[in-house]
Design a protein around this ligand. Structure first.
Ligand code: PHE
Length: 354
C-alpha cells in the first residue's frame, strides 16, 4: 500500500459516497491498512515495533485526510445549495394592490384637522337645497344681481312639488320656492343657526354644483369648506386670526394671510383672502369671508319664531368663510386641469394616494 497515492486519492474524491468507499477500502474491517495491521503478528518483535509505528502514523494521516476531505465536500455542497436557492432581491416583488384616499379627501382631512385643533366641529348639509337656504336667506333675493353670478342647476319642483326639502328641524320648506343643487355651502350657515343657540364654531365640508361649461378651470361639481363662528363680541380680528392659523397649519410657521375687500351679499364687510406660500413665495387666492350680515340673523330669528323658538341672534356677531377644496390642491400641486379630479384616471389618482 502506497501512502501518498492513498492520500492523493482521498484528496480527489468527488463525493461523500466516493469518500466513504475509500474509507472502507483503507480503514474498514477488511481494509488495506487493517490487513497490514493484522499481518504484524508474523513479524519479528523488532520489525513489528518499527512497522507498527509507521502503520499507526499512516492510519492517523489517512483519518485526518478523510476528515479534511469530508469537510471540504460538505462545504462545497452547502455553497452549491446556497447558490441554487439564492433569492434575487433585485427582482420585482409581488404587488399587493391597496386602495387609498382620493386627493379631495386628503385635502379635506387636512383642513378639518386644523379646524378641529381650533375647537370647530364639522357638520354636513343636503346637496339638493331649497332656493330659500341657498339664496333668499343669504340676502340674495330673486332680483339680486348676485344670483346671476352663480349659474345654477335647478331641480324642478315649482308648482306641484314631487318632493319636499326638509328644513333644519325636518319641517317642509317647499312653500318657500324651488330647489337647486347647492351652488355653495353657505346655505348651511342658515340651517345651522336656526337649529342652534350661539356661541358655536363649525366647519361644513361638502360638494357644490355650478352649471358650467367645463374646461381646465371649471367643473360642474367641486367641494367647498365653509366656516361659521357666532357669539358675543366676535370680531373681524378673530376671523383673521383663524384664517392665519389655517395658513400656518397648511404652509408652516411662515404661512400668512392677506385680506382684500370684496362683496358677498351675506357678509359685511366682505373680503377675499389669499395665503402666503413660503416655499414658493406666492400668494394663493383661496376663498371669501366676512362678518355675518345682520340680515341673516334677522331671517334666522324670524324662522325660529315661526317654529315657536326664542330669538337668540340679537346682539350676536359672527364671521363666515368659504373656500375651494380642489382649488387649494390645484395651486399647491400645480394640477393643470380641474377635470383630472373626477375622471378617475389611476395615473392621476395614484400620485396623491394617501
Ligand atoms: N359662498 C361664497 C362662494 O361660494 C364664499 C363665502 C362664504 C364668502 C362665506 C363669504 C362668506 O363664493
Amino acid at each position: 500500500m502506497e501512502l501518498n497515492a492513498a492520500l492523493e486519492e482521498i484528496g480527489r474524491a468527488e463525493s461523500l459516497e466516493a469518500l466513504q468507499a475509500l474509507k472502507v477500502r483503507y480503514l474498514g474491517r477488511n481494509g488495506l491498512l487493517t490487513q497490514a495491521m493484522k499481518a504484524l503478528g508474523q513479524l519479528s518483535p523488532e520489525e513489528r515495533r518499527e512497522r507498527g509505528r509507521s502503520l499507526n502514523e499512516w492510519k492517523e494521516r489517512l483519518e485526518r485526510a478523510l476528515e479534511a476531505r469530508e469537510a471540504t465536500l460538505k462545504e462545497q455542497a452547502l455553497q452549491k445549495r446556497l447558490e441554487e436557492e439564492a433569492v434575487d432581491v433585485t427582482l420585482p416583488g409581488l404587488a399587493f394592490p391597496s386602495g387609498g384616499l382620493h386627493l379631495t379627501s386628503l385635502i379635506l382631512g387636512e383642513l378639518l384637522r386644523i379646524f378641529r385643533r381650533m375647537g370647530f366641529s364639522a357638520v354636513e348639509g343636503p346637496e339638493v337645497e331649497s332656493e330659500f337656504f341657498n339664496f333668499d336667506a343669504l340676502n340674495m333675493p330673486e332680483w339680486h344681481p348676485a344670483r346671476d353670478m352663480q349659474d345654477t342647476f335647478w331641480v324642478e319642483f315649482k308648482g306641484e312639488p314631487s318632493f319636499t326639502i326638509q328644513g333644519p328641524f325636518g319641517e317642509e320648506v317647499n312653500s318657500l320656492g324651488g330647489a337647486v343643487l347647492r351652488t355653495h355651502t353657505s346655505g348651511m350657515q342658515i340651517r345651522y343657526m336656526i337649529r342652534h343657540t350661539p356661541p358655536f364654531r363649525i366647519v361644513v365640508p361638502g360638494r357644490v354644483f355650478r352649471y358650467e361649461e367645463t374646461d381646465a378651470s371649471h367643473e360642474a361639481m367641486f367641494h367647498q369648506l365653509e366656516g361659521l363662528v357666532v357669539g358675543e363680541g366676535i370680531t373681524m380680528a378673530d376671523l383673521k386670526g383663524a384664517i392665519a392659523e389655517l395658513a400656518r397649519g397648511l404652509f408652516g410657521k411662515e404661512g400668512r394671510v392677506r385680506f382684500q375687500p370684496t362683496f358677498f351679499p351675506f357678509v359685511e364687510p366682505g373680503v377675499q383672502f389669499a395665503m402666503w406660500w413660503p416655499e414658493r413665495e406666492r400668494w394663493l387666492e383661496l376663498g371669501g369671508a366676512g362678518m355675518v350680515h345682520p340680515y341673516l340673523f334677522r331671517v334666522v330669528d324670524d324662522y325660529r319664531e315661526r317654529l315657536g323658538l326664542p330669538r337668540v341672534y340679537q346682539g350676536m356677531t359672527g364671521w363666515a368663510f368659504g373656500m375651494g377644496v380642489e382649488r387649494l390642491a390645484i395651486l399647491r400641486y400645480g394640477i393643470p386641469d380641474i377635470r383630472y379630479f373626477y375622471q378617475n384616471r389611476l395615473s392621476f389618482l395614484r400620485q396623491f394616494k394617501g
